[in-house]
Design a protein around this ligand. Structure first.
Ligand code: NA7
Length: 547
C-alpha cells in the first residue's frame, strides 16, 4: 500500500511536472515515460530546444565539438544523426532537438508557450501544485526543473534604454524573423561569448559596427570546418566506448589533456604546445597543461601567449592592447571560441570603445552617450549582456516549499543545494544541472544525462518502495555547500568577476555556483549517495516544519 492509499489522499493529476523542454526536459520526459510515469512538461517557448531556441543571434554556435555535444543515451540516435560541421551552429542544434522530440514522440506531453509562474508544496499531501500563465494548476508528486543555467536574459542597468529611437536586440532573445543589418550603424554592448560570436558576422553585414567593451575576454580560434567524414566515422564506430570515457572526464568532454604542468617544461616546449593547441583550435587550449586554472604562474604563461596572439593579429596597437585581457586569469571567465573575432577589428567599418576609461552614461534617442559627452549615433543596439545565470530562472519562479519559505528567500545569500539536485525544504523537487553541480563547467549534455538518469533511478526506487517523499537534509546540504566552496577556492576561478560568481548582476551574492570537482568525481559521489539508500536525503516521512 502506498502512503497515499494509507492516508486516503486523492492521487495527483500527474506523477511529475517537468519545467522546460530543452535538452534536459526532453530527455527527462523520455525517461519518465519509459518508467511508465505520467509526466507533463511546460515550456515557455513555442518550440523545443531551450537555449538553442532563444539564442538565435548571428554566429551562435556551440563551443563543444558536435560529435560530443549530443545525446549519448541512444546508440540509434547518435548513429543516425549527421552533423555538418566540427562545431554545430544554432540552427543545426535546434534541428537536432526537434528531431529528437519527434523521434521519441515527446511533443504530446509538452504544453508550449506556457510559462510556469509558481509551484507550491503541500505538506499534508506531499504534492506540488504548479501554476502557469495559462491558468493551469496541476498537482504533481514531483517537479523537475529543467530550466537551464542561462535562461534569464539580462539587460544592463543603463538609463534611457527605452528612449532609443532605433531597434534593440538581446542576443539571448533574438527575433525569429531574419534581422538584416545591411547599411546600418550598429552598436554591440558586451564582449562575452555571445558578442564574440556575433561581432564578426554583424561586422560583415553592417555599414558601421561599434563595439562597447567593459571587460576584454580571452578567445581561442575555433577553426570550425565542415565535418570531416573519416573523423565522424571514427567516432561513430567507437561511440559507446568514447561516451563512457567522456563521462569520466573532468569536463565530460574527451579532449587531449596534457598531464604535465606548464612550469615542468622549458619555455620553448611550452610555447610549442600553446602554438599547437592554437592551431587545432577550440577551448581545449585550456588543457594545454594540467595546472592552468590552479597555478597563477602557469596561468600567466597561457594568458601571455594569447595576449601575444592578439597583438599579432590586431593591427592597431591601441585596439590590440584594449582587447588583450589583463584583469583576470585566463579561463576563470568562460573561455570563448571564435571565428575571426580579433581579425574583425582590422576592418575599416569596426571600432572599439573602452568603457573602463569612458563608461556609458545613458542611452539616448540617437544612440549611446558616454561619460565624456560623446554620442555614438547608431540605428540598432545589440545587448550581448548575458544572463542572470544559474539561479535567476529558479528564484524568479515563486517556488514555495515547507512552511511557505520561497526558494528566493532561501537562496538570498547564494544558492544552497545538496549535489545541485535538490534543496532542503523543497521536497520532491529536483533541479537538472542546478547550482552546486558541474553544469556550466562541463559538456552540458553529459551533465544533463547524468542528472536525468539519477533522478529517474531515484523515482523508480521511491515508487518501488511506495514512498511519496524525498528531501535533502540540511546537514548534508551544508556540507555540500562547504565542499563546493572549498574546491572552488583551490582554483583561480574565484579571482574573476564572472557570472559563475554572480558578479554580473548587481546585488547578487558572490558565491562560486558550479561544482568544480569534475564530472567524473561528481558522478561517483552521486552514485554512492544513491547506493547508500540516498545518503543525506530523508525519504518518505514528513519533514519537521521549522518553528
Ligand atoms: P556574458 O559572458 O555574461 O557576457 C556579457 C557581456 O556583457 C560581458 O562582456 C559584460 O561585461 C557585458 N556587460 C554586462 N553589463 C554591461 C554593462 N552594463 N555595460 C557594459 N557591458 C556590460 O554573456 P554571454 O551571453 O556572452 O555568454 C554567456 C554564456 O552563454 C557563455 O559563457 C556561454 O556559456 C554561452 P563584464 O564582463 O561584466 O564587464
Amino acid at each position: 500500500m502506498t502512503q497515499d492509499q494509507q492516508r486516503g489522499a486523492a492521487p495527483p493529476d500527474v506523477d511529475v511536472v517537468v519545467v522546460g523542454a530543452g535538452f534536459a526536459g526532453l530527455y527527462m520526459l523520455y525517461r519518465l515515460r519509459g518508467l511508465g510515469l505520467r509526466a507533463r512538461a511546460f515550456e515557455q517557448a513555442s518550440g523545443v530546444g531551450g537555449t538553442w531556441w532563444w539564442n538565435r543571434y548571428p554566429g551562435a554556435r556551440c563551443d563543444v565539438e558536435s560529435m560530443q555535444y549530443s545525446y549519448g543515451f541512444s546508440d540509434e540516435l547518435q548513429q543516425e544523426w549527421k552533423w555538418s560541421e566540427r562545431f554545430a551552429s544554432q540552427p543545426e542544434i535546434l534541428r537536432y532537438a526537434n528531431h529528437v522530440a519527434d523521434r521519441l514522440d515527446l511533443r504530446q506531453y509538452i504544453s508550449f508557450s506556457t510559462r510556469v509562474q509558481a509551484a507550491s508544496w503541500d505538506e499534508a499531501t506531499d504534492l506540488w501544485t504548479v501554476r502557469t500563465d495559462k491558468g493551469d494548476a496541476v498537482r504533481a508528486r514531483h517537479v523537475v526543473m529543467a530550466t537551464g543555467c542561462l535562461s534569464t536574459a539580462r539587460l544592463p542597468e543603463i538609463e534611457g534604454i527605452g528612449s532609443f529611437g532605433g531597434r534593440t536586440y538581446h542576443t539571448g532573445q533574438w527575433p525569429h524573423e531574419a534581422v538584416d543589418f545591411t547599411g546600418q550603424r550598429v552598436a554591440v554592448i558586451g564582449t562575452g561569448s555571445s558578442a564574440i560570436q556575433a561581432i564578426p558576422v554583424i561586422a560583415a553585414q553592417a555599414a558601421q559596427l561599434t563595439v562597447f567593451q567593459r571587460t576584454a575576454n580571452f578567445s581561442i580560434p575555433s577553426h570550425n570546418a565542415p565535418m570531416d567524414e573519416p573523423y565522424e566515422q571514427e567516432w561513430k564506430s567507437d561511440y559507446p566506448a568514447r561516451r563512457a570515457k567522456a563521462r569520466a572526464q573532468h569536463t565530460g568532454i574527451l579532449r587531449n589533456l596534457n598531464d604535465k604542468g606548464a612550469l615542468e617544461v622549458s619555455e620553448e616546449e611550452r610555447r610549442a604546445e600553446y602554438e599547437r593547441r592554437w592551431a587545432v583550435g577550440g577551448t581545449a587550449f585550456m588543457v594545454s597543461f594540467n595546472d592552468l586554472v590552479l597555478n597563477e604562474e602557469s596561468n600567466r604563461t597561457a594568458a601571455e601567449f594569447v595576449r601575444s596572439k592578439i597583438r599579432e593579429i590586431v593591427k592597431d596597437a591601441r585596439t590590440a592592447e584594449l582587447l588583450a585581457p589583463k584583469d583576470h586569469p585566463i579561463g576563470t571567465k568562460r573561455i570563448c571560441a571564435d571565428t575571426g573575432y580579433y581579425e574583425t577589428f582590422n576592418r575599416p567599418n569596426v571600432s572599439l570603445v573602452d568603457l573602463r576609461s569612458n563608461p556609458i552614461e545613458r542611452i539616448v534617442p540617437e544612440g549611446v552617450k558616454l561619460a565624456d559627452g560623446t554620442v555614438h549615433a547608431v540605428d540598432a543596439i545589440v545587448f550581448a549582456t548575458g544572463f542572470d545565470a544559474m539561479t535567476g530562472t529558479l528564484t524568479s519562479m515563486n517556488i514555495s516549499g515547507v512552511g511557505g519559505e520561497t526558494l528566493a528567500e532561501k537562496w538570498a545569500a547564494g544558492p544552497r543545494t545538496y549535489l545541485g539536485l535538490c534543496s532542503a525544504g523543497f521536497p520532491n523537487l529536483f533541479m537538472i544541472t542546478g547550482p552546486g553541480s558541474p553544469s556550466v563547467l562541463s559538456n552540458m549534455i553529459v551533465s544533463i544525462e547524468q542528472h536525468v538518469d539519477w533522478i529517474a533511478q531515484c523515482l523508480a526506487e521511491l515508487r518501488q518502495k511506495g514512498l511519496t517523499r524525498i528531501e535533502a537534509e540540511r546537514e548534508a546540504e551544508d556540507k555540500w555547500v562547504e565542499h563546493n566552496n572549498e574546491v572552488a577556492h583551490r582554483t583561480l576561478y574565484p579571482r574573476a568577476g564572472s557570472w559563475y560568481m554572480g558578479a554580473n548582476v548587481k546585488g547578487k551574492p558572490r558565491v562560486f555556483m558550479p561544482y568544480i570537482g569534475g564530472v567524473g568525481t561528481y558522478r561517483k559521489i552521486c552514485d554512492e549517495v544513491a547506493a547508500e539508500s540516498y545518503r543525506g536525503f530523508r525519504l518518505g516521512e514528513p519533514a519537521a516544519v521549522p518553528a
